[in-house]
Design a protein around this ligand. Sequence first.
Ligand code: ATP
Length: 305
Amino acid sequence: MVIKVENLVKVYGPIRAVDGLSFEVRQGEVFGMLGPNGAGKTTTVEIIEGLRKPDSGKVTVLGMDSARASNAIKQRIGAQLQTPALMPSLTVEELLDVFSAFYTRTLPVNELLDMLSLTESRKVLVKNLSGGQLQRLSVAMALINDPEIAFLDEPTTGLDPQVRRGMWQVIEDMKAKGKTIFLTTHYMEEAERLCDRIAIVDHGKIIALDTPRGLINSNFHEKAIQFELEPRPSEAELLKFPGAISVAVDLNEVVIYTDNVPVTMSAVLKYAEDHNLTSMLQDLHVRQASLEDVFLKLTGRKIRE
Ligand SMILES: Nc1ncnc2c1ncn2[C@@H]1O[C@H](COP(=O)(O)OP(=O)(O)OP(=O)(O)O)[C@@H](O)[C@H]1O
């Protein structure tokens, strides 16, 4: 166990940002924390990193009490912060050199540049970096001390798909080296692919914690039939379709969770025909339930609203 959080509470005025969280993170796993905006993810991560103080509760990191040993802990963890922007007139390489000096144990700067595909930008001033490059630099800084636990806060937000896959590779390589990764992300497919276990957080509380497959299997035995139709049937109408167990709608997009795909599919086609809407029926497909469906079911919200 490399992180143990017990009954953590953080209150801001009337807001219980973290409302009694307890969980453990195991050594060598990629642990994901997912939640809608304002769920309390950043507050939780920053308390574990020793950057904020909880109102109550206890955090143990690498066997040390975070309230007492925060300096010793900081040497052995890596936090992704928005610090590069604070030193706009340094080059990428200079910035990494400066920050290396804070740690007793460090990775060679060349290796970091290579890992994060920043070698070609090593002489570029921080203020001239693109958003994606800055993002990669902030991850490089989180890894500078070859940490046992790396906290990555939405490391791929705003990156194009190719660079995002590069970042996934970085995370997978770290895991292969036995490192622990604490990841927050808004991207469900990223969480599903990278995380060994995921905690879904809402209103400062954990509402589910399991492997991605476990979260899906315990919430959905059924498959999803998805389509767009304008105008679409109401939720009440959709629930009357044979085989339908539950439904989720968003504008013209419909998802029917069904335990009998052929029967429900026929009903969808018949509905469109009966209402002269066949030409309005788009993107009809059947899929397995995904983490996105679990999130919607548990929180009542899409992850990005
Ligand atoms: N320093 C602060 N002062 C007052 N309220 C705060 C402070 N920091 C966070 N909050 C509030 O606490 C709640 C949790 O915020 P937090 O940033 O931890 O959520 P989050 O899950 O990280 O959200 P996001 O996905 O938007 O980053 C929010 O309602 C937020 O407005």
